[in-house]
Design a protein around this ligand. Structure first.
Ligand SMILES: [Zn+2]
Length: 687
């Protein structure tokens, strides 16, 4: 405050050197002078006006004192006084109080007290001054001048000045009218079904729509594509946003969801800035655009580009994603991540597509959601529930999809948080985002977190003055992080190569991306399954099932590549050479099964039986226009050659042996006993 005051004194000294134009009447000269120097006088706020001057003449000088108005309200006791001579020269300017409230109560400012020159205090950019009152326990209502300050990328606050002395009284978070109440779910309609009433904080004046310092919420005008939104939640007569939730499907006109979204996005946005000093901006703003009411079964964060501002969207389909706080926290977690760190969504290597960067992005988002809520269960309302309170490990639980891989990382993170505490963990995670390489994979992720923990412990140990709020950070936290990372398998060679064991009778699932998602090209998926022969295993049968999208509605489209002794080898092509619909890779495998088989037997035809300890690797590749697809697989280990498959009313496979083996198919290789023998064989296997 004092620094600002002295700056004003300097400004005032400059003003005194100026003159008004000669020849005008004194009031016009003085008025024009004040207008011309409004900024230096702290009056560059909108709607600042001067009232009628009081005019006195003293020792040949005209003394003109103007009251100041804001939005037609007098700014308490604020006046600008100009002393001007007969030639129109400005001799002296003071901006301050008139020192008097009423006849009974006189509060002169102390002599020589620079606080009189308070107009300077208003010269904050941008700033707004409003008159007001402050309740003091002893004095009752004190007339006060409130200055609202909106610093760049920080929480706005108000400074209250005693209107009589202009001494600062206190600062408060920006608040003018009382915060309206809003109806929300504390978590979601399942875990906390009773509607809560909360204060909706940080709304912009006059607090009649859901736009504030941290979120601007609107409803999609077009539920299909939603290029634009408008607010549809308006306060009742008391100024509150109280609505009933609509739990039915496809409720696209539901103001409750806007209130819920505003509440959740605002509070985590505020928390991130307050806790870490995070300064992420969305097209220059601290607030992010939030859309509700898109007919979509999902929610997402979009980072924006030159044409479209960043936003978060909550779909409303059979359920309303805006009703779930964890969904909001997860999506805003992406906003934090992406403001600090960019990365590719996948990497290419000889094993296929590596979606670890995608998994890390989703893992960080889940970590933000769980650590902010203090609850490991996410999305309890949304059907895709996942919890960080899990025992999932790498590589066994990989599924080649970011949100699925994130479960392992969030589980690891939750275990670390349980051991070192939320405060330390939050700061470690935040710091890690700043230096984690863009092409980081899982071991890099764990090592970077450990390095952050070490750095923070070093700073904390350097002394309280340098500890920046994490005095509880301990040197051993890095070791705990490495230990938990190892427990989750995140350093294992097989994890980093995404080679997932496929034991006898253990179902696995994989996600793949079709041409709609991959620039219209076919790609391999992100992991390979590994079958290891034992004493008795001579062959195996893969049972494959296309789970999504519904195979009754779309044509399943994938291929199976199998190699023995070494992983299937993927060679990536230059994308410029790949036409739409073609493969972006070539593959070296012993066997490639085309046409979305439901069964694959191995060995088949002329290939030798599996030997003890020998590994067989299986890679799926996409061959579909579908955006995303899901295939389940299960291996049954066989002690003898499997019976042949037939076309007797059941799915057939055509098998082509690669790598020099004989070309054949099932129908040619074995007997054609028909469906009965096949069913008997399968039921025997399944028992
Ligand atoms: Zn996500």
């Amino acid at each position: 405050m004092m620094r600002l005051i002295s700056a004003f004194i300097t400004a005032l000294a400059l003003l005194l050197a100026a003159t008004a134009r000669a020849g005008d009447n004194p009031e016009d000269s003085a008025r024009r002078f004040v207008r011309g120097h409004a900024s230096a006088l702290g009056m560059d706020f909108p709607q600042a006006t001067l009232g009628d001057a009081s005019h006195s003449v003293h020792l040949g000088q005209h003394i003109l004192s103007f009251p100041v108005f804001h939005r037609d309200l007098p700014v308490f006791f604020h006046s600008v006084t100009v002393q001007i001579d007969d030639e129109g020269r400005v001799l002296r300017v003071t901006a301050g109080t008139n020192g008097q409230i009423d006849g009974d109560t006189v509060h002169p400012c102390p002599d020589g007290e620079p606080a009189r020159d308070f107009a300077h205090m208003l010269d904050l950019n941008p700033s707004m001054v409003l008159s007001g009152w402050l309740r003091d326990p002893e004095e009752g209502l004190i007339p006060a001048i409130r200055v609202d300050v909106h610093p760049f990328a920080r929480e706005p606050y108000s400074i209250y000045l005693d209107a009589r002395s202009l001494n600062p009284l206190e600062t408060q978070p920006l608040m003018w009218t009382a915060d309206p109440l809003g109806s929300v779910f504390e978590e979601n309609p399942v875990t906390t079904p009773d509607v809560q009433t909360v204060s909706l904080q940080y709304l912009n004046e006059p607090k009649d729509i859901l736009e504030g310092a941290y979120a601007h919420v609107g409803r999609c005008l077009d539920a299909e594509t939603c290029p634009e939104t408008e607010p549809t939640a308006f306060p009742d007569d008391d100024g509150n946003f109280i609505f009933n939730p609509h739990l039915g499907p496809y409720t696209l006109n539901d103001p409750f969801s806007e209130v819920n979204a505003y509440h959740n996005i605002s509070r985590i946005n505020h928390w991130a800035r307050d806790t870490f000093g995070w300064e992420g901006l969305f097209q220059g703003n601290t607030w992010i655009h939030v859309k509700v009411g898109q007919a979509w079964y999902n929610a997402a964060f979009y980072g924006g580009n030159d044409e479209i501002a960043a936003y978060i969207v909550f779909g409303q389909d059979v359920i309303d994603f805006a009703y779930d706080a964890d969904v909001a926290f997860h999506e805003f977690g992406h906003a934090i991540n992406r403001s600090i760190r960019s990365h590719p969504w996948y990497l290419r290597d000889a094993y296929g597509m590596d979606v670890s960067p995608f998994g890390i992005e989703e893992g960080f988002a889940d970590i933000w959601a769980t650590t902010y809520s203090g609850d490991p269960v996410m999305n309890s309302y949304v059907l895709l529930t996942r919890t960080a309170d899990n025992d999932l490990v790498c590589p066994d639980d990989l599924m080649s999809e970011g949100h699925m891989e994130a479960r392992i990382l969030a589980g690891f993170g939750w275990d670390v948080r349980q051991r070192i505490g939320a405060h330390a963990w939050n700061h470690i995670v935040y710091r890690t985002l700043h230096f984690l390489e863009s092409n980081a994979v899982f071991d890099d992720f764990v090592e970077a977190l450990a390095k952050s923990a070490e750095d923070l412990a070093d700073e904390a140990l350097a002394g309280p003055a340098n500890s920046k709020g994490w005095p509880e950070m301990e040197a051993g936290f890095a070791d705990i992080i490495m230990e938990e990372g190892a427990t989750r398998g995140l350093f294992d060679e097989e994890c980093l190569r995404r080679l997932v064991p496929l034991p006898d009778g253990t179902p696995r699932r994989i996600y793949g991306y079709g041409r709609d998602r991959t620039n219209k090209r076919n790609r391999p998926t992100g992991l390979q399954w590994k079958i290891t022969g034992d004493d008795d295993t001579k062959a195996f049968r893969l049972y494959l099932a296309w789970r999504y999208p519904d195979p009754d509605e779309v044509e399943p489209g994938y291929r199976v590549h199998i190699s023995r002794g070494h992983p299937v080898e993927v060679t990536w092509l230059n994308v410029d050479d790949v036409e739409e619909g073609e493969d972006e890779f070539t593959v070296t495998a012993d066997l490639t099964v085309e046409a979305s088989p439901e069964f694959v037997d191995f060995p088949v035809c002329g290939l030798a039986p599996l030997e003890e300890g020998e590994n067989v690797y299986i890679l799926i590749s996409a061959n579909t226009k579908e955006r995303i697809f899901v295939v389940d697989v299960e291996a049954f280990y066989l002690t003898t050659q499997p019976p042949p498959l037939t076309d007797g009313g059941l799915p057939t496979v055509s098998v082509a042996a690669a790598g020099g083996g004989p070309s054949c198919n099932h129908l040619a290789c074995g007997s054609t006993d028909g469906a009965q023998s096949l069913l008997a064989a399968i039921s025997q296997i399944l028992q």
